[in-house]
Design a protein around this ligand. Structure first.
Ligand SMILES: NC(=O)c1ccc[n+]([C@@H]2O[C@H](COP(=O)([O-])OP(=O)(O)OC[C@H]3O[C@@H](n4cnc5c(N)ncnc54)[C@H](OP(=O)(O)O)[C@@H]3O)[C@@H](O)[C@H]2O)c1
Length: 369
């Protein structure tokens, strides 16, 4: 994937009139959803060719006639409905936010998707309060770390997390009780808290839905917000994908009523781009930037990649290697390939061995210092 992407975004449009903002990018976020888009594992995947990516940071290069509040040269971050992996993007003003002076462009590209998602689920959907407990899967990932940090802004919140074991050392200070991703987390949580937890955040839909619901205390909230386990390759095939969907259908509303449990779903992209809630999200971004300015939250970043290295960056997240967020840096020069580099991507539907701690063995990892 190269820098010619920008041309696709610009083709045949008077962008300053249509889109209101043109941003010269410094960085873009790489999210798990980008893998799902690539595999077509989303509802209504867009037609190809497409430029992936939903969030970015950079400098305002041009403004539409009616745009107010920002000026050319301002440092901004933005949500975009695709097209973020480019040198220039255009997006409506309602999705653009000013970056605090001491926030780097990399941090700004790592910020919106993970922290807004975590905030919305914890505070808008689950109403997290003092003394509550939260279970989060993929606790070492972008959303997982945002959840852990936001939980620490509320007194006495206990965070239970699952993650590949090799990540535990790096994230142990942010998560109260950590379990390996293959552990029987229902049993492990119940050993510590027999009653269960108040909030389950599940990005592994399928048979985890039943487990998550079984862990809820009365009046607890289960939120489904992802389906990472449907990404094929690794140990997953089309059949496990289908099985996961089948399992999801089996939630019984009468049991929810009898057991006083709440089940919810959350999709930030739908809220922003299909359901017209940009105003609500702007208020949330303001609150989050307040927490950032008070040094209560800070994106945890895994690694920085040139646009040309996107294939290897995607392979890293696919292989569970990331701890925190992967960033595509428009100004970064690609690291020269070494003779023993493997850049082969797992094929969709392929059955592979699931090696514990695969991520430890990855070479050419341009970690952020
Ligand atoms: N609903 C929303 O609005 C919304 C917004 C943002 C993200 N999300 C969802 O939140 C989840 C996390 O997203 P993220 O961008 O922050 O990613 P991430 O957690 O930084 O990275 C993915 C991690 O997921 C775990 N994982 C679980 N199943 C996997 C599989 N089949 N293949 C590879 N890794 C797998 C791995 O961690 P371990 O090996 O440590 O388990 C991996 O490192 C995703 O499901 C994403 O779609 C939802």
């Amino acid at each position: 994937m190269g820098r010619g992407l920008t041309a696709i975004v610009h083709q045949g449009q008077d962008l300053t009139l249509l889109m209101e903002y043109t941003i010269h990018l410094n960085s873009s976020g790489l999210n798990f959803i980008d893998l799902m888009v690539r595999q077509g594992n989303i509802d209504n995947p867009p037609k190809t060719p497409l430029v992936p990516g939903f969030e970015c940071s950079g400098i305002v290069e041009a403004l539409g006639d009616s745009v107010q509040g920002y000026e050319i040269g301002d440092r901004v971050m933005a949500f975009v409905n695709y097209n973020a992996w480019a040198e220039v993007v255009c997006t409506p003003a309602e999705f653009v936010y000013k970056i605090p002076d001491d926030m780097t462009f990399s941090e700004a590209a790592a910020f919106p998707m993970n922290f807004v998602t975590a905030y919305m689920m914890l505070f808008e959907v689950a109403n997290l309060r003092e003394g509550m407990s939260v279970l989060v899967h993929s606790a070492g990932g972008g959303v997982g770390q945002a959840v852990a940090q936001l939980c620490s802004t509320v007194p006495n919140v206990t965070v239970f997390g699952t993650a590949s074991t090799f990540k535990h050392e790096a994230i142990k200070d942010s998560v109260t009780h950590l379990f390996d991703r293959n552990a029987d987390y229902v049993q492990e949580v119940k050993k510590i808290s027999a009653e269960g937890v108040d909030v389950v955040l599940d990005c592994l839909c399928g048979d985890n839905t039943g487990k998550g619901l079984s862990l809820l205390k009365p009046l607890g909230t289960y939120i489904l917000y992802g389906s990472s386990n449907m990404v094929t390759g690794e140990t997953k095939s089309f059949f496990s994908f289908a099985k996961s969907w089948w399992q999801v259908e089996k939630v019984n509303p009468i049991k929810l009523y009898e057991e006083n449990k709440v089940i919810a779903g959350f999709s930030l992209l739908n809220l922003l781009f299909k359901q017209g809630r940009a105003g609500l999200i702007r208020g949330v971004v303001d609150k989050l930037l307040g927490l950032y300015n008070q040094k209560k939250i800070k994106p945890m970043m895994d690694s920085l990649w040139a646009l040309e290295e996107v294939k290897e960056a995607m392979q890293r997240i696919h292989d569970r290697g990331n701890i925190g967020k992967l960033i595509l840096d428009v100004e970064k020069t690609p690291t020269p390939l070494m003779a023993n580099d493997s850049t082969e991507t797992s094929e969709a539907g392929e059955e592979e061995e699931d090696h514990e701690g695969d991520g430890e063995n990855k070479e050419r990892m341009p970690f952020i210092q």
